[in-house]
Design a protein around this ligand. Structure first.
Ligand SMILES: [Zn+2]
Length: 539
């Protein structure tokens, strides 16, 4: 396995992707001393800068840029070779400058392609005068691709040392992560990539500008099944991608065939239909055809799929209630739906059917489950159910109201009256007329969890004015007028005064209730006492 890919031959290309530096120092040159001449560190008087560039390996004096141009860790260009570099002070230690990058090096032609995935590091020797970094690399994994086969190799310990062994299972993307922790480091730069265009792999991404992620995995799958190319060029790019990225969710492609129709198990018209979206809905379509509905012809399947693809769930829900066939449900929907579309109709239908069950209608009767005018009938069932629910809530309301009649009061002086809503509907109406959200409190009010009260002027007792919420420990939680008093209608003084007086009134109610409770308890105690006395006597 030695000499799998000659990495050393590609170091020059690899070096282009590594960071480069210009090391600089300022001073006055004193010729004739040392190899490059000695610089005397009189920084503020210097006119030239002594430079070394790691890209072109040149040592030179820059008399174009002023010495002030050079700043430590600033990005710029080498004046000699114009390479983009980072400026670094020459006198600083370089041993901490360490950089690594991942590469996939390609080598091969014709029916064979080798890929060596390497991690390259660039570092400086500890030696202070060494200005040129050293590149070092180690191989992470290797691939050998040939028509019908893609083999990935990994390094395995086997006495007396490490050996490259074929990996079991499918070849997958390289992982450059060192050790077992951290996120997968999977990005890499392609080196000598032209080799692909001289090999059997050349057609897959021909004329494609941006190569996809998981590029090596694409190549491996393509080496295994050259038909992958037919999917790409037959309008089903997304299917190819879902195959490579293992996102086909259990759908197996038939690689034994060379016919695209047989590979994806679709009819010609189905391929044409799905190719409109590059095959994005292939998976969805296959599942639909298998689990929901397959017509007598592919055209029929497509017709229903295109109209009901997003309504599968509602079809199933209607089906559970009615036991109708999928086709019957879809046909009825297409016949009766309005402009809102099939999904809207199906949701309405499902809700209507649930209403029918609640109302104990005959669910065997076709005229019940498939009515001529579903929308009108749905309105009717909702209306009936609403009435039933309201009646139930009003029963609760009356039970709650017996205990809180004492909250009602009239203030003749302010001309205001506060009373309990008579029905649940009254609360909804109040919310609608005053444009605030009291309607949502109706349920809790009926159950006695809180109390909603209407504040009216004595002059217009029928007209919604202010609405109050009283908590069960008898405190005013809120008192709101039209649009929560946010429509340039601040609370009038009479209301504020009423709130003050009512708070006092509530304290009285509280005291009265406490006394009543005590009285009740006393009565009970006396009764039990009397009972025990009677028992004792009887004994
Ligand atoms: Zn240079």
């Amino acid at each position: 396995m030695e000499g799998f890919v000659n990495v050393a031959a590609h170091l020059e290309e690899i070096d282009l992707y590594m960071p480069h530096f210009v090391f600089y120092r300022r001073g006055i040159r004193s010729p004739g001393i040392g190899v490059f001449g000695e610089y005397i560190g009189v920084e503020h008087n210097s006119k030239v800068t002594d430079c070394y560039c790691t890209a072109c390996h040149e040592r030179y004096e820059d008399d174009i840029n002023s010495p002030k141009h050079y700043k430590h860790k600033k990005f710029g260009y080498c004046t000699h070779c114009r390479a983009p570099v980072e400026y670094r002070q020459m006198n600083y230690g370089r041993s901490t400058y360490y950089y690594t990058k991942n590469f996939a090096v390609f080598e091969g032609a014709g029916d064979r392609m080798h890929i060596e995935c390497i991690k390259v590091s660039q570092k400086f020797e500890d030696e202070e005068n060494e200005l040129q970094p050293v590149l070092d690399w180690h191989t992470v994994t290797r691939y050998e691709l040939e028509p019908g086969r893609a083999t990935q190799y990994r390094l395995v310990w086997e006495r007396p040392g490490y050996k490259w062994k074929p990996k079991k299972g499918k070849a997958i993307e390289p992982n450059f992560t060192l050790g077992c922790f951290g996120y997968g480091d999977r990005s890499y730069t392609l080196i000598n990539h032209e080799a692909v265009s001289h090999s059997f792999l050349k057609y897959l991404f021909k004329d494609v500008e941006n190569l996809p992620s998981l590029y090596i995995e694409w190549l491996c799958r393509y080496a295994e099944h050259h038909q992958l190319e037919y999917l790409m060029h037959g309008g089903l790019y997304q299917v190819a991608e879902q195959y490579v990225t293992k996102n086909l969710h259990g759908i197996r492609l038939n690689w034994r065939s060379n016919d695209l129709k047989k590979i994806v198990r679709l009819h010609k018209v189905e391929i044409e239909y799905l190719a409109k979206d590059d095959g994005l809905w292939y998976r969805d379509y296959i599942h639909w055809r298998k689990n929901t509905f397959e017509g007598k012809t592919p055209a029929e399947t497509i017709k229903y799929y295109s109209k009901f693809r997003s309504s599968e769930r509602y079809i199933k829900e209607v089906q559970e209630i009615t036991n109708l066939t999928t086709k019957k449900i879809m046909d009825y929907t297409l016949k009766r739906r309005n402009s809102e579309g099939p999904a809207f109709f199906l949701i309405c239908w499902r809700d209507y059917l649930r209403d029918c069950i609640e109302l104990k209608y005959d669910m065997q009767s076709e005229s019940v489950i498939m009515p001529k005018d579903l929308f009108t009938l749905h309105e009717r069932t909702q209306h009936i159910l609403e009435g039933i629910r309201d009646a139930h809530m009003n029963d609760e309301l009356q039970k709650s109201d017996i205990k809180r009649k004492d909250l009602e009061c009239v203030d003749m002086e302010l001309g205001l009256a506060l009373y309990l809503p008579r029905t649940v509907k009254d609360i909804a109406r109040e919310g609608a007329e005053l444009s605030h959200c009291v309607g949502g409190y109706a349920d809790r009010h009926a159950k006695g969890k809180l109390t909603i009260m209407f504040l009216r002027t004595l002059r217009h007792p029928g007209k919604p004015y202010y609405t109050m919420e009283i908590s069960n420990d008898l405190e005013i939680v809120q008192c709101r007028g039209y649009r929560n008093n946010l429509a340039h209608n601040p609370k009038p003084d009479t209301i504020i005064e009423f709130e003050r007086r009512y708070t006092e009134y509530l304290a009285v109610v509280k005291e009265n209730r406490r006394k009543a409770k005590e009285k009740e308890a006393r009565k009970k105690r006396q009764q039990t006492k009397a009972k025990t006395k009677a028992k004792v006597k009887a004994a």
